[in-house]
Design a protein around this ligand. Structure first.
Ligand SMILES: [Zn+2]
Length: 348
């Protein structure tokens, strides 16, 4: 302090008021480093300092929001209940997979449960096999790939026609496995069945998977996009996809075929879907007549494969995991009268 006071008269002790001398400004002491900064600090009035704090707070907030979004996205990308246990179903119920809201080259959107188009029967037979139908088939196939599905039935894009498309490979490059199926009939079901996990684009795929019993092989007849009669015997995953899509044309959904415990496991997500469609015309269950014709019959607790010992992860069957995202055929879920069943059912 004393040393500084010797540098000039303007550096008066703090208890003495500083008297500026306008006559001799050049005699002002050389500012120290600190006194050099002081004027520049003072140069920013309070009014410019204060806005900086909200700005920094906003920046921080934006960073936190970005971080939050990244975490949500990461959660969505996590493998969800691939073990098909009911615990993981509940665990992953927080985030629902979203179907694309729009598709390149198409105005279609995926019809989601419980929109009535999925339950509407009978669907109209395809009668005109022309360029328009070929174009529709191409559009549906494109939408199917864009939605990461392996099959797509007309009711799933709001069209009540007896038509579906599929490619069991799910690979757009494998054109040889693409099929356009019009006016199909399954004329024979194998008595032997296989149980695998299925999901459906109309149930947001991985968000509502469940065990579904399908005939191991089927004999089918249908017309392709050119109107040609096709008769084939299908087996394995292709037979499963065909049965799933065929169910769509009967107003059935894979959820209808789930055993009671699998229905319970996805109940939270089903309720979310129901909440997203509050309209009065929601249709929860299929028409009772449709339930009578379900082939093969849906799983019941009695027909379910034996559960693994407690404490071990639950495993459905040794069957390979089905790809998700194809239009799964529906079935009766045991006539649950849960709160979602209280929704008013619309009959077509
Ligand atoms: Zn489906």
């Amino acid at each position: 302090m004393g040393g500084a006071a010797q540098q000039g008269k303007s550096l008066t002790p703090p208890d003495e008021p500083q008297i500026p001398d306008p006559k001799s400004p050049q005699q002002l002491p050389q500012p120290t480093r600190w006194s050099n900064r002081e004027p520049s600090f003072r140069h920013f009035p309070q009014t410019t300092m204060l806005p900086r704090q909200p700005f920094l707070a906003l920046l921080l907030l934006l960073m936190l929001i970005n971080l939050g979004q990244a975490l949500v996205h990461y959660q969505k990308l996590l493998p969800q209940r691939h073990g098909s246990s009911s615990q993981s179903n509940h665990h992953c119920g927080l985030y629902m997979r979203m179907n694309p809201t729009s598709f390149d080259g198409s105005n279609f959107v995926i019809t989601e449960f419980p929109r009535p188009a999925l339950r509407r029967v009978p669907n109209a037979p395809v009668e005109r096999f022309d360029k328009e139908l070929e174009s529709l088939a191409e559009e549906m196939i494109s939408v199917m790939y864009q939605a990461n599905g392996v099959g797509l039935a007309a009711p799933q894009v709001g069209l009540n026609d007896m038509m579906f498309v599929y490619n069991p490979s799910g690979d757009p490059e494998v054109k040889a496995m693409e099929r356009v199926v019009c006016n199909p009939k399954i004329v024979e079901y194998s008595t032997e069945t296989e149980v695998e996990e299925e999901a459906c684009l109309s149930f947001r795929s991985d968000d509502c998977p469940g065990s579904v019993a399908r005939s191991s092989w089927i004999q089918v007849v249908y017309q392709n996009e050119l109107g040609q009669q096709i008769r084939r015997r299908l087996k394995g995953f292709e037979a499963r996809v065909f049965q799933h899509e065929y169910d769509h044309l009967l107003g059935l959904l894979c959820w209808d075929r789930f055993p009671p415990e699998d229905r319970e496991a996805v109940k939270a997500n089903i309720d979310k879907l129901l909440g997203l469609y509050p309209e009065e015309d929601a249709v929860i269950d299929p028409h009772p007549d449709q339930l009578k014709i379900m082939q093969p019959p849906p799983l019941t607790a009695r027909r379910m494969p034996p559960l693994e010992a407690e404490g071990e992860p639950e495993k459905k069957t040794a069957a390979p995991k089905a790809k998700t995202g194809f239009g799964a055929p529906g079935g009766f879920g045991g006539g649950s009268k849960s709160k979602r069943a209280k929704k008013k059912k619309a009959k077509k």
